[in-house]
Design a protein around this ligand. Structure first.
Ligand SMILES: [Zn+2]
Ligand SMILES: [Zn+2]
Length: 137
């Protein structure tokens, strides 16, 4: 446990080191907002962040955070998310495939990463745009 400031309302709270860095109040609100977006994306698959923002009123900041947390994947290469290391447009998370691979390698020294540690290569389908849910299966 550590004291963190909530990413959403900026109050200080006891953070359990797992999940989004949000206070209990905002966690509830965040889940409700995510449900709205999930519902919208069910009805309008592959909408862009902008479209979701306009249609649902959920802030791009929240959408971006869900992308970073890997809860949403953006399939558009419009640079809504960029690799924090090299700036390459990415779909989800913080780093591009190459940088994640390099980071794992740096972390593990000379040993090549085991297959399960290799980042999943995410290839956009040619005719697909916008966002979809992370397939957890
Ligand atoms: Zn909060
Ligand atoms: Zn990179």
């Amino acid at each position: 446990m550590s004291v963190q400031s909530c990413k959403r309302c900026h109050i200080l709270f006891q953070y359990s080191e797992t999940g989004p860095q949000l206070c209990p109040n905002c966690t509830k609100q965040d889940e409700a907002d995510f449900d709205v977006v999930r519902q919208y994306l069910n009805e309008h698959p592959f909408s862009s962040g902008q479209e979701v923002n306009q249609a649902t009123g959920i802030s791009l900041e929240s959408i971006l955070r869900w992308l970073r947390e890997g809860r949403l994947i953006s399939l558009e290469m419009t640079g809504i998310l960029k690799c924090e290391n090299c700036g390459t447009p990415i779909f989800s998370g913080k780093f591009c495939t190459e940088c994640r691979y390099k980071l794992v390698k740096d972390l593990k020294g000379i040993a090549a990463p085991k297959s399960e540690e290799q980042p999943v290569q995410m290839q956009p389908k040619q005719d697909v745009h916008g966002m979809q849910f992370m397939n957890k299966d």
